[in-house]
Design a protein around this ligand. Structure first.
Ligand code: 3PG
Ligand code: MG
Length: 401
């Protein structure tokens, strides 16, 4: 749980809480959008409840998607506020703007222990502005709505944004329980991981993972690579990858990583077989081929069964595992086996298993795994990767003073 002692007694105080409620939504023509994975909302509940139970007037700030700095109904937090209310089991007031008349009257209307959610903070251009003054001006307006600030949106602590960073400079602040728990686990991964330490990386783009691979080459014992990004590695190994995802400009970098891995005694494990199909579609016919036999007109959509078994064996012997990024297109059942095998293997280890945010966290839940079977499921993909890269996270750094 968070340490709110520095805030003193919160009874009757307006406490602004930054949460990460950025959940995937499925829109329906004319209807209310459906939340396809409410993991981040559930993870945000304990801090909000704890503050409300302590008598605070809780004002939740959050973003949804990447609107362009002005109101856009497609990115409204209204359905998210409704879900939060269900999960909290109490009413949640909703302000239809961020710092305008609705926000002010909503906050004024709160009694002790009540909860409100402000509309998507990214409806205001000041939230994500690169200009300190513009961000600061928005943070000033947010600060007017509260007496204290609790930073609990782990998924955004790597963003230097008004409601994450600048607001902490304007109000008495504290780290929320979710952020504290996330940082605690990441510290265990970086400071002295119990060995063997195996890292599984997937997802579509190798270019998103360069810095983390770079850093892990000095730390992990084994790096298992799957997902769309693997085809750039396979190309670097000299294989043809057909119509699979390929970042041509990263082939040399991948070659360099393979060379450095050998030098540093870190084993990079690539698949030996893959599942390919003629097209990117849920009902495409899956075909298993060796990585040296990917047909020129096919797309790789998952790691193959031999590779999945090999990955599972490697994970099975580990004492520490960090996994970020699906192994294939898990949203299509025919191409979910690699991701499922990795998830399954993580649940069986005798040690610390960490699922790093975003798509892999969603995959674990969508594939029906029990969240308690994992040591930790992070709510932040980008944030946990940046932490492992050794970067300073602005939203954490700013809480230090
Ligand atoms: C995420 O989904 O990664 C976080 O909510 C941060 O969102 P952002 O990448 O749009 O800043
Ligand atoms: Mg992101």
């Amino acid at each position: 749980m968070g340490d709110y002692a520095t805030l003193g007694d919160v009874q009757g105080k307006r406490v602004l809480v930054r949460s990460d409620l950025n959940v995937p939504l499925e829109s329906h023509e004319g209807g209310t959008p459906r939340i396809t994975d409410d993991g981040r909302i559930r993870a945000s509940v304990p801090t909000i409840r704890q503050l409300a139970d302590a008598g605070a007037r809780v004002v939740v700030m959050a973003h949804l998607g990447r609107p362009k700095g002005s109101p856009d109904p497609a990115y409204s937090l209204a359905p998210v506020a409704a879900r939060l209310s269900e999960l909290l089991g109490r009413p949640v007031a909703f302000a239809t703007d961020t710092v305008g008349a609705s926000a002010r009257s909503t906050v004024d209307g709160l009694g002790d222990g009540d909860v409100a959610v402000l509309e998507n903070v990214r409806f205001n251009a000041g939230e994500t502005s690169k200009d300190d003054a513009e961000r600061g001006a928005f943070a000033d307006q947010l600060a007017d709505l509260g007496d204290a600030f609790v930073s609990d949106g782990f998924g955004v602590v790597h963003r230097k944004q008004a409601s994450v960073y600048d607001l902490a400079q304007r109000l008495p602040h504290a780290m929320g329980g979710l952020v504290a728990a996330e940082i605690d686990v990441l510290r265990r991964l970086t400071e002295s991981p119990e060995r063997p330490y195996v890292v599984v990386l997937g997802g579509s783009k190798v270019s998103d993972k360069l810095a983390v691979i770079d850093n892990l080459l000095g730390k992990a014992d084994q790096l298992l690579i799957g997902g769309g990004m693997v085809f750039t590695f396979l190309k670097a190994q000299g294989h043809e990858v057909g119509k699979s995802l390929l970042e041509d400009d990263q082939v040399d970098t991948c070659k360099e990583y393979l060379r450095r891995a050998e030098e540093s005694g870190v084993e990079i494990v690539l698949p030996t077989d893959v599942v390919v199909a003629a097209e990117f579609s849920a009902d495409a016919q899956p075909v298993v081929v060796g990585v040296d036999a990917i047909p020129s007109d096919m797309i790789g959509l998952d790691i193959g069964p031999d590779s999945a078994a090999a990955f599972a064996r490697a994970i099975g012997t580990a004492k520490t595992v960090f996994w970020n990024g699906p192994m294939g297109v898990f949203e299509f059942p025919a191409f979910a086996a690699g991701t499922r095998a990795v998830a399954q293997a993580l649940t069986g280890i005798d040690g610390l298993s960490v699922v790093g945010g975003g798509d892999s966290a969603a995959a674990v839940r969508q594939l029906g795994f029990d969240e308690d079977a994992f040591g930790h499921i992070s709510t932040g993909g980008g944030a946990s990767l940046e932490y492992l890269e050794g970067k300073t996270l602005p939203g954490i750094d700013v809480l230090k003073d």
